[in-house]
Design a protein. Structure first.
Length: 112
């Protein structure tokens, strides 16, 4: 057993696929040896979904966050994966906790 994990899904993305997305989170957790503490479901329009996820993940003392697809955490995947393993159910992608994100190749600004 790898430890505890929390599921996370956004209803604005899952829509009518919510039951299937929740099952996929449960299946991936079981398949990878995580004990799922709960699945946090965020309503459309919620502005504090990521904060609620991080608070719940720390409260449950989880090792991983499992999402149906990266779209559910697209804007916050870096902050999540720096603290927890991040697993996507659709493509079984796994970002290990502490994942180091590459810096983008920035071009110098054009002179004014």
């Amino acid at each position: 057993m790898k430890g505890r994990a929390i599921g996370f899904l956004r209803l604005d993305i899952s829509q009518t696929r919510q039951p299937e997305d929740q099952r996929s989170i449960e299946d991936v957790a079981a398949g990878l040896g995580y004990r799922l503490t709960r699945t946090l479901v965020i309503e459309p329009g919620a502005i504090n979904g990521t904060l609620r996820l991080l608070e719940a993940a720390h409260s449950d003392r989880v090792f991983a966050v499992i999402v149906p697809s990266i779209m559910h955490v697209e804007a916050t995947q870096r902050g999540i994966s720096e603290q927890f393993d991040l697993v996507t159910a659709d493509d079984r992608n796994f970002l290990e906790r502490g994942h180091h994100w590459p810096w983008r190749n920035l071009r110098p600004l054009a002179a004014f």
